[in-house]
Every structure is written in C-alpha cells, then in structure tokens.
Design a protein around this ligand. Structure first.
Ligand SMILES: [Zn+2]
Length: 229
C-alpha cells in the first residue's frame, strides 16, 4: 500500500481521496443516482451547449479535452461525477464525497499532493518551467489520457476491466490470466468487442450522448445510450 500511496501521489493523485470515491464507484457502477463517475445522463440533463459540439470538429475537441484534462477536471471539480447538492472536490476533506471517518485521511492525501507540488515547484525554479513541462507535464497528460505502452506496466487495467469490476479487490498482477479463467464461467454473458480503441472512442463520442429507455420498453429500468438531441 505504501508503494501505491507514493506512486499515486507522485502522479498528483490524492491517494485516499480517490480510494474512497473509487470504492463507491465499484459499489454503484452504472447507477444513475449513486455511481461516482462516468454517470449516465438522462436527456433532460444534457447541457444546453452540447448541441454545438455534436458534430465532427466538436467531437474532436471534446475527446481532446477529455483525454488531456478529464482526469484532473474530475478530481478537482467532479466533472462527469455524480450529482451532489454542493460543490464536490477530491481535495476537500469536508466535501460531500467523504464521510466523517474518512476526512482525516483526505487531509493526509492533500499533504502528499502539496509535498509533490512543492517538489515540482523547486524543480521548475532550478531548471525552468519548460523543463518541468517536458519531463513531467507532458508525460503526465499522456499517462492520464492513454496508458499506451504503460498499459503493461499497469497490469492491463484497461483491457481487463471487466475482471476488475467483477473482483475489484483482486490484485492485478495476473489480470490477463484471470480474464481467461472467468470467460467460460460467464458463458453467454461474455461479450468481446475488438473494435480498435480510436474507432470505439469516435463511436462513443458520436452515439452515446445520453441514456433513455426504448419507447416500447418492456424491461422497466433499462436505459440505452442514444444521440438525437
Ligand atoms: Zn476500479
């Protein structure tokens, strides 16, 4: 855990803050009321400006902003996060995301982030801001947007995500092996989509703007992603 704490903090991720919100994401995945992040929006909650981005240049811009800044925007401003009655932020120990018994550890996470920020500030002071952007800023944005070659280093967390959601307490050193093992157990429930990631991203940006039940839906509570603003 110490290693996880240090490496998350070095990537400017508040360790305990994210640990708690992420645990809730796992307990409520796909819930429109209680999931913490990537919360599906009903048509009525699509922001008014979305229609201006519902075209190819708008999608390129949205994807670029999501990939480059989506993660820090979520941590700092709860962008794409669940609705809270007041401003929610991963760095705020007294924010609505956390319960009273979690708050002390959120302070600790913040101390870690401040320490790393101070280190980065000293590095910029010694070597210049351009140096800091080149050796830290750009690689960090790339890691946040797309693990790429680092996917292997992170134990294939992107392409074994189903296994991660089925057994979220399982360490991921053998996630590929575990995925192969659960495949026959899932039987017909196992689905595989081999679409190249860049095509899948474009498909999602084009087709998945909000969720709605089918008009003649027999299954109450089943929502589908749609795009007809
Ligand atoms: Zn997870």
């Amino acid at each position: 855990m110490l290693l996880a704490t240090i490496d998350d903090t070095a990537l400017l991720v508040p360790y305990f803050s994210w640990k708690y919100s992420h645990r809730r994401h796992h307990s409520n995945t796909g819930s429109m009321e209680r999931d913490e992040v990537f919360v599906p929006k009903p048509r009525s909650q699509v922001p008014w400006f979305s229609k201006y981005f519902n075209n190819p240049p708008g999608r390129v811009l949205t994807l670029a902003v999501t990939l480059l800044f989506g993660w820090p925007l979520y941590l700092a401003f709860n962008v794409s996060g669940r609705h809270y009655d007041r401003f929610a932020c991963h760095f705020d120990p007294h924010g609505p995301i956390y319960s009273d018994r979690e708050r002390a550890q959120i302070y600790l996470s913040d101390v870690g982030i401040l320490a790393v920020s101070y280190g980065l500030f000293r590095l910029a002071a010694a070597k210049g801001i351009v140096y800091l952007i080149c050796v830290y800023g750009v690689p960090l944005l790339i890691v946040n947007g797309d693990y790429g070659v680092l996917n292997k280093v992170f134990h294939n967390i992107t392409d074994t995500h189903v296994a991660h959601h089925l057994f979220s307490t399982m360490p991921h050193y053998h996630a590929m092996e575990a995925t192969k093992a659960i495949k026959p157990l899932l039987g017909d429930y196992y689905h595989f989509d081999g679409t190249a990631f860049y095509k899948a991203m474009w498909r999602e940006a084009t087709e998945c703007l909000f969720v709605e039940p089918d008009e003649d839906a027999k299954d109450k509570g089943v929502f589908w992603y749609k795009n007809k603003l």
